[in-house]
Design a protein around this ligand. Structure first.
Ligand code: ADP
Length: 302
């Protein structure tokens, strides 16, 4: 494969035709990245290229199968291939959106689309939507709340992405038979959404790192469930943009609890500054689409 050297690191030049290049970036180790001080942009490019490769190859394979078998294909097969194409398009969309959202937030250029929504209804709907597929994976997901409704001011689509990311991690890192608990608590002056799993857990020495770019704990552990390594960094940025905080507690082999807290009472919070009393009717189509995209690397909800 054609390569060129930059800062002493081998950078692949291009994909050759339709060849599936498994070891595209093999030459660059994590140590290299730290030692050779590759810029953040290069890191982003490298990690995302890794992540974009797999779905791209699958889309290509599915397209080839359709092409080859178009004349005598059975309907079932056709549906499978088309679903595979769609799901992998969602995967690409997810990673590309993550990069775009994170870049815009960090540049201070993201314009929140604030609305007054019943957050309990949104979170409960998401849990109900994914529950059947989670059950098929041999896991359980439960939702608990101390109130039936709570109206908060959020950019529901953006905020939804952060919660979905944390839930999807809980699913990815659960053990067979595991349970994920999504718990909403209204503390009046603030709200908390807790996502608890009894999965593989995170070693204390990595806990701080997971909210940073590419903070994957152990690639060998997480490879069964792939990821871009920027999901939690983006989730943190989104939650902070809403004036909130995210934190994690974990015990190795016992599980993890992520807590998202949004203040409501203080002056200067989004909640106090927003003057529009209109309530946004929840747009289930948008939430469905969001769930498809955010869970596309775990399962295909068709
Ligand atoms: P990724 O897309 O790789 O999952 P994230 O930023 O969402 O990236 O997560 C970073 C890393 O944090 C994961 O790769 C994993 O090592 C660890 N992690 C996140 N959530 C959990 C969890 N619930 N249980 C165990 N490990 C987790």
């Amino acid at each position: 494969m054609a390569t060129k050297k930059r800062n002493g690191i081998i950078i692949p030049m291009q994909l050759k035709g339709n060849e599936i290049v498994e070891d595209l970036f093999k030459e660059i180790s994590e140590e290299d990245i730290i030692e050779k001080n590759i810029s953040i942009n290069d890191e982003l490019l490298i990690n995302c290229s890794h992540e974009l490769k797999t779905p791209l190859n699958i889309i290509y394979g599915a397209a080839q199968m359709i092409e080859l078998s178009a004349r005598n294909i059975s309907d079932d097969n056709l549906t499978n291939y088309v679903n595979s194409i769609k799901n992998n398009c969602f995967r690409l969309t997810k990673y590309i959106n993550h990069i775009l959202d994170l870049t815009a937030i960090e540049a201070g250029e993201y314009k929140l689309n604030l609305e007054r929504v019943n957050i309990v209804e949104v979170v409960e709907y998401v849990v109900q939507k994914i529950a059947p597929r989670i059950k098929e994976m041999g896991l359980n997901i439960l939702f608990d709340t101390n109130v039936e409704e709570k109206y908060v001011i959020i950019d529901s689509e953006l905020f939804g992405k952060s919660i979905l990311n944390i839930i999807s991690n809980a699913v990815k890192f659960s053990k067979q038979g595991g349970t994920i608990l999504v718990e909403f608590t209204d503390y009046k002056t603030n709200i908390e959404i807790k996502i608890e799993d009894n999965g593989i857990g995170i070693d204390t020495k990595y806990l701080e790192k997971i909210f940073h770019r590419f903070g994957q704990v152990d690639k060998s552990l997480s490879r069964g469930s792939e990821g871009s390594g920027i999901g939690l960094k983006l989730a943190k940025a989104i939650i902070e943009l809403h004036g909130g905080k995210v934190s994690a507690e974990s015990k190795l082999n016992e599980g993890s609890t992520f807590s998202v807290k949004i203040p409501l009472g203080n002056k200067d919070t989004i909640h106090s500054l927003y003057k529009n009393d209109d309530v946004k009717v929840i747009d289930y189509d948008t939430i469905n689409q969001l769930v498809h995209i955010e869970f596309s690397d775990i399962f295909n909800i068709s």
